[in-house]
Design a protein around this ligand. Structure first.
Ligand code: KDG
Length: 368
Protein backbone atom coordinates (compact mmCIF):
# COMPACT_ATOMS: atom_id res chain seq x y z
CA UNK A 1 0.00 0.00 0.00
CA UNK A 2 1.32 3.42 -0.86
CA UNK A 3 0.76 5.61 2.13
CA UNK A 4 0.93 9.29 2.31
CA UNK A 5 4.03 8.92 4.39
CA UNK A 6 2.98 11.76 6.60
CA UNK A 7 -0.16 11.75 8.42
CA UNK A 8 -2.49 9.18 9.51
CA UNK A 9 -4.56 11.51 11.60
CA UNK A 10 -3.89 14.71 9.74
CA UNK A 11 -7.41 14.64 8.38
CA UNK A 12 -8.78 14.85 11.88
CA UNK A 13 -6.41 17.71 12.56
CA UNK A 14 -7.69 19.40 9.44
CA UNK A 15 -11.22 18.72 10.61
CA UNK A 16 -10.65 20.51 13.86
CA UNK A 17 -8.83 23.40 12.18
CA UNK A 18 -11.35 23.64 9.36
CA UNK A 19 -14.40 23.55 11.54
CA UNK A 20 -13.04 25.81 14.16
CA UNK A 21 -12.20 28.30 11.47
CA UNK A 22 -15.50 27.85 10.15
CA UNK A 23 -6.07 -3.21 -21.65
CA UNK A 24 -4.33 -2.45 -23.41
CA UNK A 25 -2.10 -3.93 -25.90
CA UNK A 26 0.72 -1.67 -24.88
CA UNK A 27 3.47 -2.49 -22.45
CA UNK A 28 2.96 0.20 -19.87
CA UNK A 29 6.38 -0.16 -18.29
CA UNK A 30 8.52 1.07 -21.16
CA UNK A 31 7.92 4.76 -21.41
CA UNK A 32 11.67 5.26 -21.70
CA UNK A 33 12.00 3.99 -25.23
CA UNK A 34 8.88 5.20 -26.88
CA UNK A 35 9.95 8.47 -28.30
CA UNK A 36 8.80 11.97 -27.57
CA UNK A 37 6.66 12.39 -24.51
CA UNK A 38 6.88 8.72 -23.59
CA UNK A 39 4.33 7.73 -26.18
CA UNK A 40 4.16 4.49 -28.06
CA UNK A 41 4.09 5.64 -31.64
CA UNK A 42 2.63 2.38 -32.94
CA UNK A 43 -0.71 3.19 -31.38
CA UNK A 44 -3.53 4.37 -33.60
CA UNK A 45 -5.27 7.09 -31.67
CA UNK A 46 -9.06 6.67 -31.82
CA UNK A 47 -9.06 3.33 -33.52
CA UNK A 48 -7.79 0.61 -31.22
CA UNK A 49 -8.11 -2.96 -32.51
CA UNK A 50 -11.57 -4.37 -31.93
CA UNK A 51 -13.68 -7.09 -33.48
CA UNK A 52 -16.50 -4.54 -33.72
CA UNK A 53 -16.86 -1.44 -35.83
CA UNK A 54 -18.36 1.98 -35.34
CA UNK A 55 -20.23 1.67 -38.64
CA UNK A 56 -22.36 -1.17 -37.27
CA UNK A 57 -23.00 0.31 -33.82
CA UNK A 58 -26.16 2.14 -32.74
CA UNK A 59 -24.13 4.22 -30.27
CA UNK A 60 -20.54 5.47 -30.54
CA UNK A 61 -18.67 6.71 -27.49
CA UNK A 62 -15.76 9.05 -28.15
CA UNK A 63 -13.61 8.79 -25.02
CA UNK A 64 -10.64 11.12 -24.58
CA UNK A 65 -7.98 11.55 -21.91
CA UNK A 66 -4.95 13.80 -21.46
CA UNK A 67 -2.45 11.12 -20.45
CA UNK A 68 -0.66 9.04 -23.05
CA UNK A 69 -1.23 5.47 -24.11
CA UNK A 70 1.42 4.16 -21.73
CA UNK A 71 -0.50 5.19 -18.64
CA UNK A 72 -2.71 2.80 -16.63
CA UNK A 73 -5.54 5.27 -17.22
CA UNK A 74 -5.48 4.39 -20.91
CA UNK A 75 -5.28 0.69 -20.08
CA UNK A 76 -8.38 1.18 -17.93
CA UNK A 77 -10.12 2.93 -20.78
CA UNK A 78 -9.31 0.03 -23.10
CA UNK A 79 -10.78 -2.33 -20.51
CA UNK A 80 -13.96 -0.18 -20.47
CA UNK A 81 -14.11 -0.44 -24.26
CA UNK A 82 -13.72 -4.20 -24.18
CA UNK A 83 -16.43 -4.72 -21.55
CA UNK A 84 -18.94 -2.37 -23.19
CA UNK A 85 -18.47 -3.70 -26.71
CA UNK A 86 -18.65 -7.32 -25.58
CA UNK A 87 -21.67 -6.77 -23.34
CA UNK A 88 -23.62 -5.02 -26.11
CA UNK A 89 -22.31 -7.26 -28.89
CA UNK A 90 -20.81 -4.21 -30.53
CA UNK A 91 -24.00 -2.14 -30.46
CA UNK A 92 -22.13 0.40 -28.34
CA UNK A 93 -18.70 1.08 -29.83
CA UNK A 94 -15.94 2.94 -27.97
CA UNK A 95 -13.31 5.06 -29.70
CA UNK A 96 -10.40 5.83 -27.39
CA UNK A 97 -8.21 8.94 -27.65
CA UNK A 98 -5.19 9.72 -25.46
CA UNK A 99 -2.56 12.50 -25.17
CA UNK A 100 -5.11 15.34 -25.24
CA UNK A 101 -5.98 14.65 -28.90
CA UNK A 102 -9.56 15.72 -28.17
CA UNK A 103 -8.50 18.71 -26.04
CA UNK A 104 -7.52 19.45 -22.46
CA UNK A 105 -9.57 18.39 -19.43
CA UNK A 106 -11.65 21.55 -19.40
CA UNK A 107 -12.37 21.51 -23.13
CA UNK A 108 -13.35 17.85 -22.98
CA UNK A 109 -15.73 18.49 -20.08
CA UNK A 110 -17.29 21.34 -22.04
CA UNK A 111 -17.68 18.98 -25.00
CA UNK A 112 -19.47 16.52 -22.68
CA UNK A 113 -21.84 19.30 -21.62
CA UNK A 114 -22.61 20.05 -25.26
CA UNK A 115 -22.98 16.38 -26.14
CA UNK A 116 -20.22 16.53 -28.76
CA UNK A 117 -17.99 14.07 -26.82
CA UNK A 118 -19.22 11.22 -24.65
CA UNK A 119 -16.51 10.35 -22.10
CA UNK A 120 -13.50 11.88 -20.36
CA UNK A 121 -11.67 10.98 -17.14
CA UNK A 122 -10.02 14.08 -15.65
CA UNK A 123 -8.26 14.55 -12.36
CA UNK A 124 -10.73 16.19 -10.01
CA UNK A 125 -8.85 19.51 -9.83
CA UNK A 126 -10.31 21.15 -12.97
CA UNK A 127 -13.84 19.98 -12.07
CA UNK A 128 -13.79 22.66 -9.36
CA UNK A 129 -14.44 25.14 -12.18
CA UNK A 130 -17.81 23.42 -12.72
CA UNK A 131 -18.80 22.26 -9.20
CA UNK A 132 -17.14 24.20 -6.38
CA UNK A 133 -17.42 21.39 -3.78
CA UNK A 134 -14.76 19.46 -5.72
CA UNK A 135 -12.21 21.90 -4.25
CA UNK A 136 -12.13 19.84 -1.08
CA UNK A 137 -10.65 16.85 -2.90
CA UNK A 138 -7.54 18.85 -3.74
CA UNK A 139 -6.76 20.03 -0.23
CA UNK A 140 -3.07 19.19 0.31
CA UNK A 141 -2.31 16.50 2.87
CA UNK A 142 -5.97 15.60 3.29
CA UNK A 143 -6.20 11.83 2.87
CA UNK A 144 -3.84 9.69 4.99
CA UNK A 145 -3.67 6.94 2.37
CA UNK A 146 -5.26 5.71 -0.85
CA UNK A 147 -7.53 3.19 0.84
CA UNK A 148 -9.13 5.83 3.03
CA UNK A 149 -9.56 8.08 0.01
CA UNK A 150 -11.34 5.38 -1.97
CA UNK A 151 -13.55 4.39 0.97
CA UNK A 152 -14.66 8.03 1.29
CA UNK A 153 -15.18 8.47 -2.45
CA UNK A 154 -17.17 5.27 -2.78
CA UNK A 155 -19.36 6.25 0.17
CA UNK A 156 -22.21 8.74 0.60
CA UNK A 157 -20.09 11.86 0.36
CA UNK A 158 -18.50 10.63 -2.88
CA UNK A 159 -21.98 9.91 -4.28
CA UNK A 160 -22.98 13.43 -3.35
CA UNK A 161 -20.09 14.78 -5.40
CA UNK A 162 -20.97 12.56 -8.36
CA UNK A 163 -24.65 13.57 -8.19
CA UNK A 164 -23.67 17.25 -8.22
CA UNK A 165 -22.31 16.82 -11.74
CA UNK A 166 -25.76 16.28 -13.22
CA UNK A 167 -26.61 19.97 -12.99
CA UNK A 168 -23.55 20.48 -15.16
CA UNK A 169 -24.85 18.09 -17.84
CA UNK A 170 -22.36 15.38 -16.87
CA UNK A 171 -22.82 11.99 -15.20
CA UNK A 172 -20.10 10.69 -12.86
CA UNK A 173 -19.99 6.94 -13.38
CA UNK A 174 -17.04 5.94 -11.17
CA UNK A 175 -14.03 7.07 -9.20
CA UNK A 176 -10.68 6.07 -10.66
CA UNK A 177 -7.29 6.97 -9.24
CA UNK A 178 -4.38 9.15 -10.28
CA UNK A 179 -2.63 8.96 -6.90
CA UNK A 180 -0.35 11.03 -4.70
CA UNK A 181 1.29 13.89 -6.52
CA UNK A 182 5.04 14.52 -6.33
CA UNK A 183 7.28 17.32 -7.51
CA UNK A 184 9.80 17.54 -10.34
CA UNK A 185 11.88 20.54 -11.40
CA UNK A 186 14.98 21.48 -13.30
CA UNK A 187 16.45 24.00 -10.84
CA UNK A 188 17.24 22.44 -7.47
CA UNK A 189 16.60 19.44 -5.22
CA UNK A 190 13.47 20.06 -3.13
CA UNK A 191 13.69 18.49 0.31
CA UNK A 192 11.93 21.05 2.51
CA UNK A 193 9.21 23.68 2.29
CA UNK A 194 11.88 26.37 1.92
CA UNK A 195 13.12 24.78 -1.31
CA UNK A 196 9.91 25.73 -3.13
CA UNK A 197 10.95 29.39 -2.96
CA UNK A 198 11.02 31.02 -6.39
CA UNK A 199 10.21 27.90 -8.45
CA UNK A 200 7.86 28.49 -11.36
CA UNK A 201 5.55 25.51 -11.24
CA UNK A 202 2.87 24.39 -13.64
CA UNK A 203 -0.33 23.57 -11.79
CA UNK A 204 -3.70 22.29 -12.89
CA UNK A 205 -6.49 24.84 -13.26
CA UNK A 206 -7.50 24.86 -9.61
CA UNK A 207 -7.50 27.72 -7.10
CA UNK A 208 -6.55 25.51 -4.16
CA UNK A 209 -3.40 24.36 -5.94
CA UNK A 210 -2.55 27.91 -6.99
CA UNK A 211 -2.87 29.29 -3.49
CA UNK A 212 -1.14 26.37 -1.79
CA UNK A 213 1.95 26.64 -4.00
CA UNK A 214 2.02 30.43 -3.58
CA UNK A 215 1.89 29.91 0.17
CA UNK A 216 4.95 27.69 -0.16
CA UNK A 217 6.81 30.48 -1.96
CA UNK A 218 6.59 29.08 -5.49
CA UNK A 219 5.21 30.88 -8.56
CA UNK A 220 2.36 28.65 -9.70
CA UNK A 221 1.09 28.98 -13.23
CA UNK A 222 -1.93 27.05 -14.53
CA UNK A 223 -1.33 25.24 -17.81
CA UNK A 224 -3.16 22.54 -19.76
CA UNK A 225 -1.64 19.10 -19.33
CA UNK A 226 -1.05 18.75 -23.08
CA UNK A 227 1.23 21.80 -23.07
CA UNK A 228 3.27 20.76 -20.06
CA UNK A 229 6.05 18.75 -21.68
CA UNK A 230 6.87 21.56 -24.09
CA UNK A 231 6.50 24.11 -21.29
CA UNK A 232 9.21 22.33 -19.31
CA UNK A 233 11.35 21.73 -22.37
CA UNK A 234 11.29 25.40 -23.32
CA UNK A 235 11.74 26.58 -19.74
CA UNK A 236 8.38 28.34 -19.51
CA UNK A 237 8.07 26.52 -16.18
CA UNK A 238 10.80 25.14 -13.92
CA UNK A 239 8.74 22.21 -12.82
CA UNK A 240 5.43 20.50 -12.25
CA UNK A 241 3.71 18.05 -9.94
CA UNK A 242 2.11 14.72 -10.83
CA UNK A 243 2.12 11.13 -9.59
CA UNK A 244 5.19 9.00 -10.25
CA UNK A 245 3.55 6.92 -13.00
CA UNK A 246 2.79 10.08 -14.98
CA UNK A 247 6.27 11.51 -14.43
CA UNK A 248 7.92 8.36 -15.73
CA UNK A 249 5.48 7.30 -18.44
CA UNK A 250 5.25 10.80 -19.94
CA UNK A 251 9.06 10.87 -20.12
CA UNK A 252 9.49 13.97 -17.94
CA UNK A 253 13.02 12.81 -17.09
CA UNK A 254 13.97 14.05 -20.54
CA UNK A 255 13.32 17.65 -19.50
CA UNK A 256 13.56 17.62 -15.68
CA UNK A 257 16.46 16.88 -13.32
CA UNK A 258 15.02 16.59 -9.81
CA UNK A 259 12.25 14.43 -8.37
CA UNK A 260 10.97 14.73 -4.78
CA UNK A 261 8.36 12.43 -3.21
CA UNK A 262 6.38 15.27 -1.67
CA UNK A 263 3.09 13.27 -1.75
CA UNK A 264 1.46 16.65 -1.24
CA UNK A 265 -1.99 15.86 -2.56
CA UNK A 266 -4.03 12.77 -3.40
CA UNK A 267 -5.53 13.12 -6.86
CA UNK A 268 -8.63 11.11 -7.85
CA UNK A 269 -9.91 10.69 -11.40
CA UNK A 270 -13.64 10.78 -12.20
CA UNK A 271 -15.08 8.78 -15.06
CA UNK A 272 -17.42 11.30 -16.69
CA UNK A 273 -20.08 10.74 -19.33
CA UNK A 274 -22.10 13.32 -21.20
CA UNK A 275 -25.55 13.46 -19.56
CA UNK A 276 -27.17 14.05 -22.92
CA UNK A 277 -25.65 10.82 -24.24
CA UNK A 278 -26.33 8.83 -21.05
CA UNK A 279 -29.98 9.90 -20.93
CA UNK A 280 -30.39 8.76 -24.54
CA UNK A 281 -29.22 5.21 -23.78
CA UNK A 282 -31.76 2.45 -23.10
CA UNK A 283 -31.88 1.40 -19.40
CA UNK A 284 -29.93 -1.82 -19.93
CA UNK A 285 -27.13 0.04 -21.72
CA UNK A 286 -27.02 2.63 -18.94
CA UNK A 287 -26.43 -0.22 -16.53
CA UNK A 288 -23.75 -1.70 -18.78
CA UNK A 289 -21.74 1.54 -19.05
CA UNK A 290 -22.06 2.14 -15.30
CA UNK A 291 -20.86 -1.35 -14.41
CA UNK A 292 -18.11 -1.21 -17.03
CA UNK A 293 -16.79 2.10 -15.65
CA UNK A 294 -16.72 0.52 -12.17
CA UNK A 295 -15.09 -2.73 -13.23
CA UNK A 296 -12.53 -1.09 -15.50
CA UNK A 297 -11.86 1.34 -12.63
CA UNK A 298 -10.96 -1.48 -10.25
CA UNK A 299 -8.46 -2.73 -12.79
CA UNK A 300 -7.11 0.79 -13.41
CA UNK A 301 -6.66 1.49 -9.70
CA UNK A 302 -4.76 -1.74 -9.10
CA UNK A 303 -2.44 -1.18 -12.07
CA UNK A 304 -1.99 2.51 -11.22
CA UNK A 305 -0.95 1.73 -7.64
CA UNK A 306 1.45 -0.93 -8.83
CA UNK A 307 3.16 1.51 -11.17
CA UNK A 308 3.18 4.43 -8.72
CA UNK A 309 4.88 2.07 -6.27
CA UNK A 310 7.37 0.52 -8.63
CA UNK A 311 8.66 3.16 -11.01
CA UNK A 312 11.09 5.06 -8.78
CA UNK A 313 14.10 2.93 -9.74
CA UNK A 314 13.28 3.30 -13.43
CA UNK A 315 13.12 7.07 -13.02
CA UNK A 316 16.51 7.10 -11.32
CA UNK A 317 17.89 4.84 -14.07
CA UNK A 318 16.82 7.49 -16.56
CA UNK A 319 19.02 9.99 -14.75
CA UNK A 320 16.67 11.90 -12.46
CA UNK A 321 18.05 12.86 -9.10
CA UNK A 322 15.81 11.59 -6.31
CA UNK A 323 15.39 13.69 -3.18
CA UNK A 324 13.64 11.90 -0.36
CA UNK A 325 11.21 14.10 1.55
CA UNK A 326 11.02 13.32 5.26
CA UNK A 327 7.85 13.20 7.35
CA UNK A 328 9.01 16.28 9.24
CA UNK A 329 9.41 18.20 5.99
CA UNK A 330 5.92 17.14 4.88
CA UNK A 331 4.57 18.19 8.23
CA UNK A 332 6.08 21.63 7.78
CA UNK A 333 4.60 21.91 4.27
CA UNK A 334 1.22 20.81 5.62
CA UNK A 335 1.30 23.46 8.34
CA UNK A 336 2.13 26.15 5.82
CA UNK A 337 -0.76 25.26 3.49
CA UNK A 338 -3.35 24.50 6.20
CA UNK A 339 -4.68 28.12 6.15
CA UNK A 340 -5.41 27.64 2.44
CA UNK A 341 -7.45 24.50 3.17
CA UNK A 342 -9.27 26.30 5.97
CA UNK A 343 -10.15 29.36 3.91
CA UNK A 344 -11.50 27.22 1.04
CA UNK A 345 -13.42 25.03 3.49
CA UNK A 346 -15.11 28.16 4.87
CA UNK A 347 -16.43 29.02 1.41
CA UNK A 348 -18.10 25.64 0.92
CA UNK A 349 -21.40 24.36 2.25
CA UNK A 350 -20.59 23.66 5.92
CA UNK A 351 -22.81 20.59 6.07
CA UNK A 352 -20.88 19.09 3.23
CA UNK A 353 -17.49 19.95 4.76
CA UNK A 354 -18.50 18.35 8.04
CA UNK A 355 -19.85 15.27 6.28
CA UNK A 356 -16.63 15.00 4.30
CA UNK A 357 -14.25 15.23 7.27
CA UNK A 358 -16.45 12.83 9.27
CA UNK A 359 -16.27 10.36 6.39
CA UNK A 360 -12.46 10.49 6.45
CA UNK A 361 -12.41 9.86 10.18
CA UNK A 362 -14.87 6.99 9.86
CA UNK A 363 -12.95 5.42 6.98
CA UNK A 364 -9.73 5.61 8.99
CA UNK A 365 -11.39 3.80 11.87
CA UNK A 366 -12.94 1.15 9.60
CA UNK A 367 -9.65 0.44 7.90
CA UNK A 368 -7.51 0.34 11.06
O1 KDG B 1 -5.99 12.11 -18.49
C1 KDG B 1 -5.95 12.89 -17.31
C2 KDG B 1 -5.19 14.15 -17.57
O2 KDG B 1 -5.90 14.88 -18.52
C3 KDG B 1 -4.96 15.05 -16.39
O3 KDG B 1 -6.11 15.12 -15.57
C4 KDG B 1 -3.72 14.65 -15.63
O4 KDG B 1 -3.42 15.15 -13.38
C5 KDG B 1 -3.34 15.55 -14.51
C6 KDG B 1 -2.75 16.89 -14.78
O5 KDG B 1 -1.74 17.19 -14.14
O6 KDG B 1 -3.27 17.66 -15.59
Amino acid sequence: MKKNKLFTGLASLALVAGLVACGGEDDASNGADDGANGENESDTNGDEASEYSSAEASYVIEAGIGLNNQHPQYEGLLRFKEIVEESTDGDVYVETYHSSTLGDDRQMMEALQLGSQEVTIPSTAPITNFVEEYAILDFPFLFPNEEVAMEVLNGEVGDRLLDALEDQEMVGLAWWENGYRDLTNSVQPVATAEDFEGLTLRTMENEVHLEAFSELGANPTPMAFGELFTGMQQGTVDGQENPLATIYLEGYYEVQDHYSDTNHVYSPFVFLMSKQFYDGLPDNYQEIVRDAAQDAGEFQIEENRRQNNELLDSLIDEGMEYTEVTDEAREEMAEIVQPVNDSFAEKLDQDFVEQFYDAIEEAEQNLE
